[in-house]
Design a protein around this ligand. Structure first.
Ligand SMILES: Nc1nc2c(ncn2[C@@H]2O[C@H](COP(=O)(O)OP(=O)(O)OP(=O)(O)O)[C@@H](O)[C@H]2O)c(=O)[nH]1
Length: 898
């Protein structure tokens, strides 16, 4: 991986990971990083296109690498394209505001993935060997994996973006189609290329085996040919005749001639040169061509001195000592042409046209090779190719045996099998990979076309197959979303805390009220357990109910807690969440804040208690009777009056308590009250031998629809007050001193008498009576004596008239008598005189005696229609006349006609 590739990965990684780690909102960081990636990689692509170096390759950083790129430090074009796509995604993904931008973000991400995958497959496919151009597009395995990871990270990043989740620009079905298309492309490309990798590796294995066999065959053949040449020369050298000739030739010139003759015979038998030396090393014969062997010669590692060399053909030069009984008597040097060797070197049957069999040796720092099918003359090559890798022959000359695919001395990709042939002699059998893989490359090209067509066809087919499904999915998702939205809106607007939890007591859903009540956002609650969020005391309180609901029971309970510093009453209902298999998979919790109703209830209870205390202590029987005439409420007076505990009669009918008789008395009033009338009445109730006079009020209870639902009854025991009232009434109408009617009663009686007089047509008289000089009695005898006189006077007056007449005390010493049913004035006179007479009787007051006189004024009325005031005024006037006449008498007005 070059420096710039690493830098791009680092920047993309920071841009994608930092906001996730730091929990930051989508920031400008990603845009800036994305823009940088686009800029850097566009310059790289420009460099590649224009074949220029703008100085961004940072070559100096890459010199230490044994790097075979002709442009060290330059990012591969497919890597650059991948980063441009990744950069575009980074720039776009937080600013998507159209459908096409949404599609672009997704497609570009999948392009990054495809680049990574093709890079990965290309790495294993050895694409350089198949296509010459692919060398510059070679992606390291690290870069390919990095691209795939980057694509995954990009997808993860925008998958959580609002525009993607909201489905504002892409509906769910479109997302599925896009993702499926991407998967199809990725799967087809990966599967197609992977099968090629397998195919290529199989081919490579076959090729390897084939080259190995060819090399082994050639190696054995060459060795056999050389050994055969050496053996042939050895047979000549050890030929008895030749040896004998050698021995004898030293003594006899004739024999020397014969030896030369014998040597010439050797020349005729495939040897191209023969040279003989005597024991002193002096050449005694030289025949044949005796090649120079200047071009290339290799001393073979054999027991015999043997040299292989090229001089317009392969030659083997051997040197044998001529010995008799281990005594060297001379030396023979034989040269023979290696036609079979040459034939085998140039015979590439069974191999491709680009095949080459090379036999080379190391010469100083270089490699010198024999001619072959590629080069017709010996040639020298450097042991290391232009790309920096050793040539296959270099391995062979290091006594290594094996297979390699590498650049050869011609800068061509070859597949080569190498092995040492002899000491300092290596053999390589190789063939151009372009020829070897021609079949697979052509198949790959045509297959790529088929892959593209298949992908396109697959996408179209998928589109048609998926569309009805995704449409249905979209429609049902839409419905579901709407229903979820509706439910959420309802849940959020219910004044209750609503939550959905799993069996681990982990919050899965909460409504807005929950966040508000606990002053915490969704993130703080969703995914956390109750134990993690609530304080231990509250959790301990909730635990039994949680256990119950998780066992499948529905529970309702109340809790009191201090919430945000306020004492709060909550009423919770836990409902189990049961799946289709009847397993409890969680529960729904609904909690209502009942602080206000609870406080109201407590206040109500307090008020009721206060009211009960008040009503229980009122001397009044208070009940509430419903319209079915059952008791619904009763105060403590019930026990006091009837000896029945109030709670014992609740819900009992009225007849159970009061009996049918009382009920019949009260029935009419109850019916009136049940018709909505306020009813007051008096009644008498006798219970346990106690009779009570009751003053009862029935108040109907009318509800909003106007109907009567019951009656409040208030019954007061007025027995005592009636007596007092009677007494008071009496007191108010009677003179306390004399016991005679007072002025009030007199007026009543007078009016009654006037009415009676009108009906009877008889006369009546009203007498005003005053004790004469009463003051002096008080003054002389005391006030008590005065009182006694007044009482006695009243008694005497009563005695003087009929019981039907009325004697009343007006005030002080003034009395009034109403005389009814008289016929004449004479009768009045007689009564007056009788009174005077009674008054004139001796008075015994205590121990004292005294005499009293009285004056009387009489108003007599026979025909006139006079009212009480007029009668009294006339009587008063008459009294005045009496007084004026000297007292102790009477005067009658009006003047009487007798
Ligand atoms: N002992 C007593 N005295 C009363 C009572 N009521 C009024 N008196 C007194 O009765 C007296 C009435 O006096 P007057 O009405 O002036 O008349 P009188 O002394 O009878 O004089 P004449 O009527 O002119 O003959 C007053 O002195 C009253 O104080 C009472 O209930 N008891």
């Amino acid at each position: 991986m070059v420096f710039n590739t690493g830098l791009c990965f680092a920047l993309a990684g920071v841009a994608l990971a930092l906001p996730e780690i730091m929990q930051l909102p989508p920031s400008n960081l990603q845009t800036v990083m994305g823009a940088f990636l686009i800029g850097l990689c566009c310059i790289t692509l420009l460099e590649i296109t224009l074949d220029k170096n703008f100085g961004i390759d940072l070559v100096a950083l890459h010199t230490w690498l044994n790097y075979d790129n002709v442009r060290p430090g330059r990012m591969a074009p497919n890597s650059a394209l991948g980063f441009i796509c990744a950069g575009l995604v980074l720039v776009l993904m937080n600013h998507v505001n159209s459908k096409w931008q949404a599609i672009a973000v997704q497609v570009l991400t999948y392009v990054v993935l495809v680049i990574g995958l093709t890079g990965l497959v290309g790495y294993y496919l050895n694409q350089d060997l198949l296509f010459g151009w692919a060398r510059s597009a070679r992606m390291s395995i690290n870069t390919a994996i990095g691209m795939i990871v980057t694509a995954g990270a990009l997808r993860f990043s925008w998958h959580h973006a609002d525009w993607y989740r909201s489905q504002k620009y892409l509906r769910e079905d479109q997302k599925i189609t896009l993702a499926s298309a991407a998967i199809i492309i990725v799967v087809i490309i990966t599967a197609g290329l992977t099968s090629f990798v397998v195919l290529q590796q199989t081919l490579e294995a076959t090729l390897n085996q084939s080259l190995r066999t060819k090399l082994s065959e050639r190696k054995v053949l060459f060795r056999t040919i050389i050994n055969a040449g050496i053996n042939k020369a050895q047979v000549i050298a050890q030929n008895y005749l030749v040896t004998q000739r050698f021995i004898e030739s030293s003594r006899n010139d004739q024999l020397k001639q014969e030896l030369a003759e014998e040597a010439r015979k050797i020349l005729g038998s495939q040897f191209t040169g023969v040279t003989l030396f005597d024991p002193l090393g002096k050449q005694i014969f030289a025949g044949g061509q005796n090649r120079s062997a200047d071009n290339i010669q290799i001393k073979l590692n054999t027991q015999t001195s043997a040299t292989l060399f090229w001089d317009d053909g392969f030659f083997l030069k051997t040197e044998f000592p001529i010995e008799i009984q281990t005594r060297q008597i001379g030396k023979i040097v034989l040269e023979q042409k290696m036609d079979e060797f040459e034939h085998q070197m140039f015979n590439i049957d069974g191999l491709g046209a680009s095949a080459e069999i090379a036999i080379c040796t190391a010469v100083k720092t270089k490699i010198q090779c024999f001619p072959n099918t590629v080069k017709s003359t010996p040639f020298m090559v450097e042991p290391v190719g232009a790309a920096g890798h050793p040539l296959p022959m270099a391995y062979a000359l290091q006594s290594e045996t094996g297979f390699v695919q590498a650049l050869d001395y011609r800068q061509k990709n070859v597949a080569a099998f190498f092995s040492p042939l002899s000491n300092n002699l290596g053999i390589v059998v190789k063939e151009d990979t372009a020829e070897l893989y021609a079949g697979i490359r052509d198949a790959l090209v045509s297959c790529s076309l088929i892959i593209c067509i298949l992908s396109g066809f697959g996408i179209v087919l998928l589109r048609f197959q998926l569309h009805p499904l995704t449409s249905r999915l979209f429609s049902s998702e839409n419905k579901l979303r709407k229903s979820e939205k509706r439910l959420k809106a309802i849940a959020d607007n219910i004044p209750a805390i609503i939550a959905h939890l799993d069996v681990e007591e982990r919050y899965l859903f909460i409504n807005a009220q929950t966040s508000k009540t606990f002053d915490a956002g969704d993130i703080d609650i969703i995914g956390h357990t109750i134990k993690e969020i609530r304080d231990p005391e509250l959790y301990a309180h909730l635990q039994p109910y949680i256990r119950m609901v998780l066992s499948g029971q529905r529970v309702t309970f109340e809790s009191s807690l201090n919430l945000n510093g306020k004492p709060t009453h909550l009423q919770s209902s836990y409902v189990p969440d049961i799946d289709a298999d009847d397993n409890v998979v969680g529960f729904y919790a609904m909690t209502f804040d009942i602080t206000i109703p609870k406080n109201n209830e407590l206040r109500q209870r307090e008020l009721e208690q206060q009211l009960r205390t008040i009503t229980d202590n009122l001397p009044v029987l208070i009940t509430y009777i419903d319209k079915e005439l059952n008791f619904k409420f009763c105060n403590r007076t019930m026990f006091k009056w009837m000896g029945i505990e109030p709670q014992d009669i609740i819900n009992h009918p009225v007849t159970d308590l009061f009996g049918i008789t009382f009920f019949e008395q009260a029935r009419a009033q109850m019916d009136r009250a049940l018709r909505g009338e306020r009813v007051e009445f008096s009644s008498e109730l006798t219970v346990r031998n106690v009779t009570r006079l009751l003053q009862t009020t029935y108040i109907p209870e009318q509800i909003s629809d106007g109907s009567i639902v019951g009656i409040y009854t208030l019954s007061s025991d007025v027995t005592d007050s009636k007596i007092i009232e009677n007494k008071l009434t009496m007191l108010a109408r009677v003179d306390s001193l004399t016991g005679l009617p007072n002025r009030l009663q007199l007026n009543e009686k007078l009016n009654e008498a006037i009415n009676r007089k009108k009906r009877s047509k008889k006369a009546m008289a009203v007498m005003f009576i005053d004790i004469d000089h009463f003051k002096s009695i008080n003054d002389t005898m005391g006030h008590a004596a005065g009182d006694a006189v007044l009482r006695e006077f009243g008694r005497r007056l009563k005695a003087a008239v009929r019981t039907t007449d009325t004697v009343a005390r007006m005030a002080g010493d003034e009395f009034v008598i109403i005389i009814e049913e008289i016929q004449t004035v004479e009768e009045a006179k007689l009564i007056a005189e009788k009174i005077i007479e009674q008054a004139n009787q001796i008075w015994q007051i205590g121990a004292q005696q005294l005499s009293v006189t009285t004056s009387i004024g009489v108003a007599f009325n026979l025909d006139e229609d006079l009212n009480s005031d007029e009668l009294l005024a006339i009587a008063d006037k008459a009294l005045y006349r009496t007084k004026a006449n000297g007292r102790n008498g009477y005067f009658i007005l009006p003047p009487v006609v007798c």
